[in-house]
Design a protein around this ligand. Structure first.
Ligand code: A2P
Length: 279
């Protein structure tokens, strides 16, 4: 498995298995077990997904050396602030049955729609992340859904630059200004919904491109993210998709193919604008 290097020198497997919307219990357990058996070494979950316990159980039952895996979870929005963050982190570790995490992310920034002091809340939460990192409880720390302005604000007070910003990213939704700020600060961008959660799979341009390369639209989306230096986190509960999202094939996207994808009109947006969401 290829990897990216984070800004603190650690390696992160270049494709991760996303678990958003996979229900806790048998479904999450089986999906993660299947993913690990297929060869994924990077699993992405979050406290709010409600499936940390099943993810942890699947990791344990896989009998794979934990130190060869890369496990991410995220702080939910109700737990922002220094003390609550520390407690939420410990709870996630317990749920996962792990004694350290590879990556911990602030799931969504406190935003200007909900909080007058949004910037101070994010700075305070980040302080707790820095503490956890310095304690050695987590190998890397980062954020998620931080648009350019929010990330820039956080960087004003951060003493550790986030290693990652995980954002919605797929053909038809590139958030280029945020990606550019991340790249200029050495922050790796991770793509949630790299397939637009299925909403872009019927796009005619992508279908034609996939046919030309004898591959699928899903694989085109994953290869496209990688071509942009972005780490995709495809989610699936279907064993065939789980497999092909990892073994994306040997086809190449040419410069022209990439331009064609980059120029697609806006499509497949989830509707969750981090500056406006009410959660
Ligand atoms: P399924 O779980 O049945 O595979 P995203 O990762 O962008 O959130 O997309 C996830 C959605 O896309 C799920 O509905 C998933 O369904 C579907 N999906 C995942 N991988 C593929 C693929 N390779 N081809 C088609 N659909 C896929």
């Amino acid at each position: 498995m290829k990897s990216f290097k984070l800004n603190n020198g650690i390696d992160i497997p270049a494709i991760g298995f996303g678990t958003w919307q996979i229900p806790e219990g048998e479904e999450a357990y089986q999906a993660v077990k299947e993913a690990l058996a297929t060869g994924y070494t990077h699993i992405d979950t979050a406290a709010i997904y409600g499936n940390e316990k099943s993810v942890g159980r699947a990791i344990k039952d896989s009998d794979i050396d934990r130190n060869t895996l890369f496990i991410t979870t995220k702080l939910w929005n109700t737990e922002r602030g220094y003390d609550k963050t520390i407690a939420a982190f410990e709870k996630s570790l317990t749920n996962l049955g792990l004694d350290y995490l590879d990556l911990y992310l602030i799931h969504w920034p406190a935003n200007e729609t909900q909080f007058e002091d949004w910037a101070a809340i994010n700075a305070d939460t980040w302080k707790a992340f820095e503490y956890l990192y310095k304690q050695g409880k987590v190998r890397a720390i980062g954020v998620s859904n931080f648009p350019k302005e929010y990330l820039a604000k956080l960087l004003e007070t951060a003493t550790i630059v986030p290693s990652v910003n995980q954002i919605e990213y797929h053909p038809g939704y590139l958030q280029q200004d945020t990606v550019d700020l991340c790249k200029s600060n050495g922050i790796l961008v991770q793509a949630w919904s790299p397939l637009g959660s299925g909403r872009i799979l019927q796009d005619e341009t992508l279908i034609a491109l996939a046919a030309q390369k004898a591959t699928s639209v899903g694989q085109i989306c994953i290869k496209f993210a990688l071509s942009q230096g972005i780490l995709p986190l495809p989610k699936s509960t279907n064993p065939a998709n789980i497999k092909r999202n990892l073994d994306i094939g040997n086809f190449e996207l040419t410069k022209e193919d990439i331009s064609t994808i980059r120029e697609l009109p806006t499509m497949g947006f989830s509707g969750s604008d981090p500056k406006k969401v009410a959660f």
